[in-house]
Design a protein around this ligand. Structure first.
Ligand code: C2E
Ligand code: MG
Ligand code: MG
Length: 688
């Protein structure tokens, strides 16, 4: 079993058991110290009492021996001197003292004699004194008595000496015991104290060496995580509590990192998202100071159609494939991110002059090749804007991105499917556009908008018709052409509102011209707006206008064949009785396929197909082909842009059914419409 799995291993692995164990040990040692001290103190008190007692006995014994000595000396003196009285007193005092001390010794519990009572030299001391006095008095003096007295005195002295020796020995023994006890007590106190101090030191050492650094390390991890450092490595901890914390912490770190990755990457493409781009670019710039960088914004053209036609899953897949294709074109240094539904941002260090522009063109080209979306092959294009800048320490790359955005805007405005480099003038143009968009918002209330009508003449009969065209008289800019403000309205989200205004105003005028037909231009955005057909029908009903009197003109820019929703609306409108015209036919590359996807009632040939007639034989051929095709699908054909009489013959002979242009009339005010048709006899004749 490993160390950590053993009992001790587990004990030491836990901060709690370690600290509690150490505290318990200290407490136990404290108790032991207390018990030992108490016990020893008690013993010491006993022993000092014993010492006091033996000392008193020894003192008594000394005094006793001294009294015996005095008796002996007084005896000896009395035997040689004649001063009997003093000797008698001395003898008596000594005898009393001996008796008293003996009594005390006996009272102290000293075992005095092992002798039988008759051998006791201290029995009948008074008779002994009397015998001595008798001898001194010279009464029955005899040698034998003197000898007996001296023998008894010697016996007493010997006895006293023995008592003294014993009492002293006892006292010494007690002294020694006391000293030994004190030494032992000292030793015990020293040992328990030393062990306690050792344990405290060990605990301190453990706290300083192991516990605190581990806690500090954990604190560092927590702080790191709190500060968002999700790459830190959470090491291993031996302490159970920290170990228990490090597991969830590591899980938290991993989850937070996953969340961060999610928050910083685009789920559909796996590319970095806008936030990641904002964070990664400064790092890239800082790593290549002094290098030139190109910033690009890339927008998928008409991405909405892909979503509408193939569904959002296919749309997501297409974005992924486009991102992947562009990514594969960049070196390892380039950053490409998906920053919007159909928008990518790119930052790339570039060295040679023109490298950025070359990369931009290559990117636009590379996207043009069709993408395979399961059973479909979808071809899309992108618009790209780019701006170059020098990587400096204090570069605010947002400005460069804004420039790239302006260039992108120019690309879109310039027909999409191209790359445009930023130019300083763009900022001004964009500002003008923005101002225009803003002014357009209030143009309705300020009554700056009005409708004008351009007549359309039928070749075969005298059907009278006008095309409704909107006009905006800007207070400072004067007449703003619709080719400028219609796209502005589409960009700024105003188109639906503007479209509704146009329909209401045009139909109000139209209601006053019961024997006319009218064409109204529709923006693709109107067709995609919910409830448009109901709105139109409602307006017609309100003005009592039969839908069959109205032509709805849609342009090729709609790419109807790819816009299911618009196609459905157009079909619905046609079923309601409105007639549908394809405007500006001949200007876009999808014209032919559009004719295939929807049965138009009318084609309006763009001015560009008409204006060169008479100068360029090829234009006649193109015009004739277009007319033939239109007639084949049963549609009327309107030739736009008849600005001169010489264009009439060619268009008529090519088979156009209607003519429209400045030659007949420029767009005219509503009030002039009835008058125009009254006096249009001459031109009508020319048409016929
Ligand atoms: P469009 O629908 O093709 O309209 C014909 C445009 O050609 C009109 O320009 C008209 O004035 C112009 N035109 C007509 N005959 C001649 C000619 O002989 N020579 C020349 N050079 N031009 C001629 P306008 O009114 O400036 O409109 C431009 C475009 O703006 C329109 O092209 C149409 O696409 C759009 N538009 C105009 N009014 C509206 C509107 O009310 N709603 C919508 N959605 N678009 C509109
Ligand atoms: Mg038109
Ligand atoms: Mg047109």
């Amino acid at each position: 079993m490993s160390d950590t799995n053993s009992g001790w291993g587990r004990f030491f692995a836990s901060l709690e058991t370690r600290l509690v164990g150490a505290l318990c040990l200290i407490a136990v040692l404290g108790v032991v110290l207390q018990v030992v001290t108490q016990r020893e103190a008690f013993g010491l008190r006993e022993q000092s009492n014993a010492l006091i007692r033996t000392s008193a006995i020894a003192e008594n014994a000394d005094q006793f021996a001294e009294a015996v000595g005095k008796l002996r000396m007084a005896t000896n003196r009395g035997l040689v001197a004649s001063n009997r009285t003093s000797t008698s007193d001395e003898l008596t005092d000594a005898a009393i003292a001996i008796d008293e001390k003996l009594g005390k010794l006996r009272g102290s519990g000293v075992a005095l004699y092992d002798l039988p009572e008759r051998a006791n030299p201290f029995a009948d001391l008074d008779r002994h004194v009397t015998a001595i006095l008798d001898v001194q008095a010279g009464g029955v003096a005899g040698k034998a008595l003197v000898e007996r007295i001296e023998k008894r005195n010697a016996k007493m002295a010997a006895f006293a000496e023995e008592i003294v020796a014993r009492a002293r020995a006892d006292r010494e023994a007690e002294q020694k015991r006391l000293i030994a006890s004190i030494a032992r007590w000292q030793m015990l106190v020293f040992v328990t104290g030393a062990v306690t101090i050792l344990v405290v030191l060990l605990v301190l050492f453990d706290i300083l060496r192991n516990i605190l650094p581990a806690i500090r390390r954990m604190h560092g991890h927590l702080q790191g995580l709190a500060e968002g450092d999700l790459d830190l490595e959470i090491g291993t901890f031996r302490l159970k509590e920290l170990k228990a914390l490090s597991g969830p912490l590591e899980t938290f770190r991993r989850n937070a990192k996953a969340v961060k990755n999610l928050a910083f990457s685009d789920a559909a493409t796996g590319l970095p998202n806008r936030r990641a781009f904002q964070e990664d670019v400064p790092r890239l710039l800082a790593s290549r100071l002094g290098t030139s960088f190109v910033f690009m914004l890339i927008d998928i053209d008409r991405f909405k159609h892909v979503n509408d036609d193939y569904g959002h899953a296919a749309g997501d897949e297409l974005v992924r494939l486009i991102g992947e294709r562009m990514r594969s074109m960049l070196g390892p240094d380039g950053i490409i991110a998906r920053v919007g539904g159909d928008e990518f941002a790119l930052c790339m260090p570039v060295s040679a002059d023109g490298e950025g522009s070359e990369l931009a063109s290559r990117l636009v080209d590379t996207v043009r090749a069709p993408f395979s979306l399961g059973e479909y092959a979808v071809a899309v294009t992108v618009s790209l804007g780019f701006a170059e800048t020098l990587g400096t320490e204090d570069l605010e790359f947002d400005d460069t991105l804004r420039n790239a955005d302006m260039a992108l805007y120019a690309s879109k405005k310039g027909g999409r499917n191209c790359a445009t480099a930023f130019a300083a003038s763009m900022a001004e143009e964009r500002a003008v556009d923005r101002a225009l968009e803003k002014d357009l918002e209030t143009a309705f209330e300020k009554q700056q908008l009005r409708m004008v009508y351009q007549p359309i003449h039928a070749v075969r009969d005298d059907t009278r018709e006008v095309e409704a065209l909107v006009r905006w008289k800007h207070p400072e800019l004067g007449e703003v052409p619709p080719s400028t403000f219609i796209p502005a309205a589409e960009r700024s989200g105003l188109m639906v509102r503007l479209g509704e205004w146009i329909i209401q105003r045009a139909l109000r005028d139209f209601a006053m011209w019961p024997d006319l037909h009218m064409s109204i231009n529709l923006s693709p955005l109107q067709l995609q707006h919910d409830g448009f057909s109901a709105f139109l029908l409602d307006c017609c009903k309100r003005h009592d206008i039969a839908p069959s009197r109205l032509f709805l003109e849609v342009t090729e820019s709609l790419s109807i064949e790819r816009n299911t929703r618009a196609l459905l609306t157009l079909n619905l409108l046609r079923h309601m009785g409105f007639r549908i015209a394809l405007d500006d036919f001949g200007t876009g590359y999808s014209s032919l396929s559009m004719v295939k996807s929807f049965k138009f009632d009318r084609m309006k040939l763009d001015r560009s197909l008409v204006m060169d007639l008479g100068q360029d034989p090829a234009s006649v051929a193109v015009l004739e082909a277009a007319v033939t095709m239109a007639r084949h699908v049963g549609a009327e054909v309107v030739a736009e842009g008849i600005s001169d009489a010489h264009l009439i013959g060619a268009t008529k002979s090519a088979g156009c059914t209607h003519l429209q242009g400045y030659y007949y009339s420029r767009p005219i005010e509503a009030d002039d419409v009835p008058g125009y048709f009254e006096s249009a006899g001459q031109k009508a004749v020319e048409v016929a």
